[in-house]
Write a protein that binds this ligand. Structure first.
Ligand SMILES: N[C@@H](CCC(=O)N[C@@H](CS)C(=O)NCC(=O)O)C(=O)O
Length: 195
């Protein structure tokens, strides 16, 4: 059985959501980042970690793409042009959405107080708004990023949008507001968030 380590208030939410979508049994250890339980599995203390067949896998994107590939769903097949397009969206979201939110988090409550530069958040918010426009221009007819079905980058985008709301990063694009409401109404998402 899979085991996932990390609280739902962290990027572990992505792994838990994917497991809920797959409908496979899993054990959830709701250990916060840098807790003893997290450090015992991953020396950096970062979460999430997925344990599959006794092997720990770190990094939420690696985890959810592994699960999608292993179960043959929520992804385009490896080696196809559609998969290249999907991976390109995934990388865009990591570079432009996840990274901006993560740098803001570091300068809000992660770095030692004397190293935090709160002014950096203005430029990050500016970049985040610009990236939303770029993403919307890349979105097709939907309703999901790759078309009719949910895939790996949808999990990253929906998580980043909810993170943005919580961090006070404006989501200004109407298309993304509508998208976020639609995807976050999925029963598996709601089950994951209720943990
Ligand atoms: N790229 C990694 C980032 C993991 C990460 O930084 N997780 C945060 C919680 S969302 C954490 O554990 N931070 C603790 C730290 O940076 O020391 C992923 O997507 O899983």
């Amino acid at each position: 059985m899979y085991k996932v380590i990390g609280t739902v208030k962290s990027r572990a939410a992505r792994a838990i959501w994917m497991l809920e979508e797959l409908g496979v049994p899993f054990e959830h250890i709701a250990a916060p980042p840098r807790s003893d339980a997290a450090i015992a599995i991953n020396p950096t203390g970062k979460v999430p970690v997925l344990i599959a067949d006794g092997v720990p896998i770190t990094d939420s994107t690696a985890i959810i793409q592994f699960l999608a590939d292993k179960h043959g769903t929520f992804t385009r097949p490896a080696g196809t042009l559609e998969r290249a397009r999907q991976d390109s969206l995934t990388q865009f979201l990591l570079d432009e959405f996840d990274a901006a939110l993560w740098v803001a988090a570091r300068h809000s409550f992660i770095l030692p107080k004397e190293l935090r530069q709160s002014a950096i958040k203005d430029s990050l918010k500016w970049e985040f708004e610009r990236s939303q426009k770029t993403l919307v221009a890349r979105m097709g007819l939907g309703p999901y990023l790759m078309g009719e079905d949910l895939t790996v980058p949808d999990i990253i985008l929906t998580h980043c949008l909810s993170w943005a709301y919580a961090a006070g990063f404006p989501v200004s694009e109407e298309r993304l507001k509508t998208y976020s409401k639609l995807v976050s109404a999925r029963p598996a998402y709601l089950r994951a968030m209720a943990r």
